[in-house]
Design a protein around this ligand. Structure first.
Ligand SMILES: Cc1ncc(COP(=O)(O)O)c(C=O)c1O
Length: 477
């Protein structure tokens, strides 16, 4: 299916891909099924933009689902990778750069005294859980509905991200024993956590401190503090999965932003600067239970890969305090523009620094149930309209917009307002039409849909009305 884009080559490649890769992709949410179209195949990226194989360019708000906080092909990151590639891509032996990276991570995250690197966030989650179970001598885990911690067997029930997007409640192939060891409670519900803690002795309370895999649903006031207390009373480890929030919402992640220290932290994405790297870490006492010091086994052929470490170090080197202030400000500007475009329409625009979700919902979204109740069709129509106008959004209501720094060229556009106005006003427009047909009150319908017509009109080549800039100015800061 196609919508307003020349995607001839993407379509041809997709036909080949579906016979070789399940769904034509190597990770489900790339398939774009939730927004009713086939995937676009990307040829290259530079700065904030990507270009597909048909030559369409987009401002990219996926940024490879988070790692590319500096945008695509950042010159300093590319240089670091190339320099390392000349020296060798992997040795299966330690390198000094891994130690440098670990120092930088421990400097940013006071709760981490030692860390162990892996190649993916999934591996890091799996390993952190193993360590938590070994350290506590317990099996059960508490996890939140709508949270995603990678495709770890025991954590797939009521998981967000691709499972939520595809409407998969829990994956076949997971053993009953693995599923039974996980207790799932609603996010932002301290009473449910208290009830679960009264019934079970947990090895870990596993939490995305800023959940971004059911859309962005930040913690309510004091919820993270209450999780710290519940974990302490229960004897469980508090494990923060900061694969998305780490290095994004602040230099020291959600734990710094919200002032709550976990026992273990899971990191990924930005840590590898666009190459495969992740890690988990915590106190020395916990981490030295890992082999070869302790007996909790964990390993990886490409863990701490030199190319990924080089990309990660180059990325973190550019993420200073000023960069975080800028990222927070540009995220808020974007959200403010969208809020203004939305006017009184029923959308919820939620932000944390560098993260945003637009829920097509009348009420604020506080948990997974509310996220699932949002209007997926309106969201899908909006995403298709964005793509047709040069904006690449996460193609799912259950993901966050992952903003990168606008580092490259000033020509980077923020044309979000147009499709936003169109999609959001569309509902009013449709209501207006219904009004017309039912009552015949044209004038009311026209008044209500005026912003829609202005938005459309001002995009036409022969537009002679108010200067376009006057209409769009509020959105272009
Ligand atoms: C919060 C969170 N944890 C873990 C993971 C798994 O990471 P990976 O895809 O690198 O396995 C993800 C992936 O998006 C994630 O968002």
């Amino acid at each position: 299916m196609s919508t307003g884009l020349d995607d001839t080559r993407s379509t041809a490649i997709y036909r080949r891909a579906v016979s070789l890769l399940p769904g034509g992709v190597n990770s489900p949410v790339r398939a774009m099924r939730a927004i009713g179209r086939d995937p676009l195949f990307i040829a290259r990226g530079e700065g904030a933009e990507i270009v597909d194989v048909d030559g369409n360019s987009f401002v990219d708000f996926v940024c490879s689902w988070g790692p590319l906080i500096l945008g695509h092909a950042h010159p300093q990151v590319v240089e670091a990778i190339c320099e390392q590639a000349k020296l060798g891509s992997t040795f299966g032996a330690p390198t000094e750069a891994e130690v440098d990276l670990a120092e930088e991570v421990t400097r940013r995250f006071p709760s981490i005294e030692m860390m162990r690197m892996t190649s993916s966030g999934t591996e890091a989650s799996m390993s952190a859980i193993r360590l938590a179970r070994a350290a506590t001598g317990r099996e059960k885990l508490l996890k939140f509905a709508g949270a995603y911690h990678g495709h770890v067997d025991g954590l797939l029930a009521e998981a967000g991200s691709g499972l939520a997007t595809a409407g998969i409640p829990s994956s076949p192939g997971v053993t009953d024993a693995a599923a039974a060891a996980t207790v799932i409670v609603p996010w932002n519900d301290p009473e449910a956590v208290a009830a679960a803690c009264a019934l079970h002795e947990f090895a870990a309370i596993l939490v995305e401190p800023i959940p971004a895999n059911m859309g962005l649903v930040p913690p309510q006031s004091s919820f993270l503090e209450s999780l710290r207390e519940f974990a302490d009373v229960n004897g469980a480890l508090l494990v923060f999965d900061e694969v998305i929030s780490g290095f994004r919402v602040s230099a020291g992640g959600a734990q710094e932003l919200y002032g709550v220290q976990p026992d273990l932290t899971i990191l990924g994405k930005i840590l590898g600067g666009g190459l495969p790297a992740a890690a988990f870490g915590g106190s020395r006492a916990l981490m030295e239970q890992l082999a070869p010091v302790g007996s909790v086994y964990q390993a990886g052929t490409l863990s701490g890969n030199p190319l990924a470490v080089a990309a990660g170090r180059a990325t973190l080197a550019l993420l200073d305090d000023e960069a975080y202030l800028r990222l927070a400000a540009t995220t808020e500007n974007l959200a403010a523009a969208l809020r203004e475009a939305a006017g009184s329409c029923p959308v919820q625009i939620v932000t944390e620094p560098g993260l945003m979700t637009v829920f097509f919902a009348e009420q604020p979204v506080r948990d997974y149930e509310a996220a699932k109740a949002a209007d997926g069709e309106a969201h899908a129509a909006w995403c298709r309209a964005l793509l047709a106008r040069g904006v690449y959004p996460p193609p799912s209501q259950f993901e966050a917009w992952l903003r990168g720094h606008r580092l490259s060229r000033p020509r980077v556009r923020e044309p979000l307002l147009i499709p936003t106005v169109i999609a959001i006003r569309w509902k009013l427009f449709a209501k207006g039409i219904a009004f017309i047909t039912r009552r015949g009150f044209w004038s009311v319908a026209l008044t209500r849909t005026l912003p829609f017509w202005l938005a459309i009109g001002s995009t036409l080549p022969g537009w002679k009305g108010w200067p376009r800039s006057a209409i769009w100015k509020p959105f272009l800061s």
